[in-house]
Ligand binder design. Sequence first.
Ligand SMILES: [Zn+2]
Length: 390
Amino acid sequence: MKKELKTLVNIVKTGSREEVKKAQKEIEDFTHWRGKKDRNSRDESFRIFLGEIKKFEQIPDIDHQCYFISSLKWAFFTLGSKHFDEFSKFVLGCIQHPSGKIRQSILKASDWLIMSFHTSLIFDLPKNSTNEQKEEINRDQLKFCQFVDKVGELSEQYFLPKYGRIKYISSLPVSEYKSIQMLLTEVLLRSNGYERIYDDYLRKINQDDAVADAETILTEIKLKYFQHDIDGKKLTYPDAVCSICNKKDIAIGATRNVFLNKPEFVCEDCAIIEYQTRYGFLSKEAATAHRRRIFDIQYLLHEMVIDEYLADNNIDDYEKIDTEIMGFLQELSQNIYNEKLSKAEKIVLENEQDQDVVESKIRILLSITLDNQQESIGRRLSRSQCCRPK
Ligand SMILES: [Zn+2]
């Protein structure tokens, strides 16, 4: 009769060497179930390892701790991508363990953790993959890269000047540092493909400002005059095709190669997924809200420029402004946004949760810039008003 997984894990933690070997073999058999239904119940049973890793220190001796880690690889393999946070934390703890045996065991096991999302790390996406699949792959790659970051930090922490003279990892003295280096180079960045993913991630982070808070979902800016969607429906373009997912009739999220003959479009969904990966947002909601903010700050500034104009000219309704002046106000607000705000100031505005604070900051900015430019603005505005048919 088949033993329960829990019973087997207990044998691994306390049994004799022979018993442990037998139990480990039986645990391995659990991974061989076939079929989706089987897979679900298999994953369900492997979940007990999530609780077990928390009790790791209670395992009586180093040998049994190593046996346990060696069985853990099956949980890494089956649940790794779903429970990467918990498992990777465990790996980070073990790789710093004073016992070299433990460090060796976790090195071998972490190979399986990375394998659990090797599809995401190795293969290029098939053309017809769904947004859901892409999002999952982006997420996996992001988790992987952030884990590489953490291991890199550990490596700096354990580095000693005397290691600097040693050229090959294999020549390093046995140490936490050596194990961490092995995790980094032999498990994580083991091949060009993995390195490329990590390099891409680094390049993007260094190129753009990393987002300070990848978790927060920013509140939506309330606008008076402008709206994103007409009657709640996104404006789509029947002839536009997304260059990433090939969908037609899309809401356009980004345009590429604008200066070439054939510009490429990216649908809003794909643009958001790219945005999420590039900046390392933890959820699609946080990425969506942040991306929207960048546009909304500009809309809000534009609306406030309009309000200044309305107040200065005693006009009570925004609809009464003629098209030419509207065009001028739009140009003016774009210039203020582009030229009068530093990158750092833009980031501060984009990340401010309270719309009142955002508005008061913009108001200060407008009072300075509009005052300075008053004369020329006044001239241009009055000229254009003169020409307006009465
Ligand atoms: Zn798309």
